[in-house]
Design a protein around this ligand. Sequence first.
Ligand code: ACO
Length: 335
Amino acid sequence: MKDTFKQFGIAIAGSGSATPTATLDNDQLSQLVDTSDEWITTRTGIRMRHVATPEETLGQLAARAGRDAIAMANLSPEDIDLIVLATSTPDDLFGSAAKIQGEIGATRAVAFDLTAACSGFVFGMVTAAQFIRTGVYRNVLLIGADILSRWVDWDDRATCILFGDGAGAVVMRAREDRDRLLGFSLHSNGQKNHTLNLSQQAESRGLLTGLEVGRGQYRPITMNGREVYRFAVDKVPEVISKALYHAHLTTDAIDWLLLHQANQRIMDSVAERLEIPTEKVISNLAKYGNTSAASIPLALDEAVREGKIKAGDRIAVSGFGAGLTWGAAIFEWGI
Ligand code: ACO
């Protein structure tokens, strides 16, 4: 029988990013909680973060990042077939992707949200890749965006110092002659779910005698920092090694290591374990803090626009976070 199934390759053709204008530095934070610039800088590497005002929406940030990525890819919004929005903080629990599709004017696209916390961008990249590889869609806009400042407990010094808001995006395109997504690996472990949560805590409301329902509301972020730290330094090198194995590559073939921007000590430790020199580690955490699903595409876009990442450079990205979830992908930048 003639084999008519055709697999397409993938190119990462453009990037964009957006952050709110307002910033909050460590000294300002120390007016809110019992902390100091010295403690935050030495334990995390974070110096400031951008925070959204009540009027700013996730959709606005995501649309700005998305438009810039589409422009860099030399496409117009009508060329986009699929929009995947990786977020844990949508403007609307029913999903924010379709509204962003409307704002961008991507009239032909189908759009949906994907939730995998700080792993969302990597999980989104792999999800988008399945549609491209099978020939279903040719041009996909993948956005990672989060406004965690809305869900942080601003009285909890162990978590409020970590997070910031932002959005980043890439355009992934089908290619017939080569494949620039070289390998990936995704994982989750729900048995460790309790270590990092932004969970529903419904308030009971009596409707009728004998019938109660819950009024929806969420508790602020809770995290066992030490456990998440241990999980990250253990699992991230492992998942990158697995993705490299699938790519038939070893770490010396990597030009850039781009990890979810959670903690500089995590990045340093992972690089050391993989024997990747520090000059190959991309970090913009000091300026933005942990922007969750946005952190990888935000750092990618900055490095591309600064001319640091060049066409054909090989990048290992890895996201990790709530779920617990973790994943890695190896790709070459550019069309
Ligand atoms: N300022 C001053 N002191 C503080 C602060 C602060 N902001 N926060 C905690 N401390 C104190 C603690 O109370 C503790 O004091 P004690 O020894 O008297 O009890 C001490 O500092 C040490 O606390 P630890 O929690 O052990 O500090 P640690 O060195 O582990 O750093 C941190 C904490 C930065 C949160 C670290 O554990 C970490 O980065 N964990 C990983 C977080 C992460 O990567 N999350 C990614 C996923 S995010 C997502 O998916 C949404």
